[in-house]
Design a binder for this molecule. Sequence first.
Ligand code: ATP
Ligand code: FE2
Length: 329
Amino acid sequence: MLVLGIESTAHTFGAAVLNLKGEILSDVRDVFTTVEGGMIPKLVARHHEQIADTVIKKALADAKANHIDLVVYSRGPGMSPCLRIGLAKAKEYAQAFKCDIIGAHHPMAHLTSGLLFTAAQDPVMLYLSGANTQIIALEAGKYRVFGETEDVGLGNALDKFARALGLGFPGGPKIEQLALQGKWTELPYTVKGMDVAFSGIITRVTQLANKGVSKEDLCYSLQEVFFSMITEVTERAMAHLRKKEVLLIGGVAANKRLCAMLEIMCKARGAKFFAVPMQYAGDNAAMIAWQGLLEYHAGRRETTLDIYPFERCDDIDVIWETAKAPLSK
Ligand code: ATP
Ligand code: FE2
């Protein structure tokens, strides 16, 4: 059985072909970029529309796939005009291959592909991307959110400060570099139960930057505070849920200092730390294909082909038995 996944929620338009063993036969991506103005939904959707066929045809050719048994599209959350392009293309290709079509929830795909790509079995999952900051675990049939940001996502918070310093986008890697030369300067720390908040701290570092505190010291201190907050709430979730594994997913997983802090915490608790391979940390269509395949294999069929720009992962019933490959047939 061959599955074609299509990703279009935000900056990335991707197509990938996957088999029942979870093997990625092809993975093609084209990312919208701009020098100024950020991601304007209409412009990103235009980009996706222009390159969609090229990307999908390359994914099919790379996989040497002359038939497809299931098409999976990313149904949300994301920017509506972009989601609509993904859905339209999925319909077109499902019709051409005369096969079924199913929608997959984008963050859920990040979670289950994290399980596919690592040896983690039953982890507390840390989903740290640009827009998302959530501490999630599978409990009583759902991926439940135990903690999250009360304002912006961790990656976006780092990007915001980087923009204030004139470092460009994405800011996370540049802050990580500057932090290597920095030393500690006092900053606020905002953990509220299992939740975190970043905006007030960003306001404070920006004030300190305007008062002349060095970029290096601010980047170092910002990382120490943000990542300590994340590590604290992750540890609390592990203690509460009695889980012995952590799985880090999302683009911020690239940060070495964050991984080191989480590893130290896990070691101290006799727990294991996993991070999704960098190549699949960001948005990609292989994870969409995998999520769709899991649900299709468990018997779900699509009744309404639609987009869902605001759906959360804890809205979804986990009907699949495992997120590990291979699936039986
Ligand atoms: P989603 O739609 O799942 O929220 P996204 O597109 O917002 O995804 P990702 O592509 O997963 O986000 O991650 C991008 C974020 O990761 C950016 O905010 C970027 O600054 C951050 N990032 C990338 N590399 C690093 C790094 N080395 N250290 C810290 N942050 C990083
Ligand atoms: Fe994503």
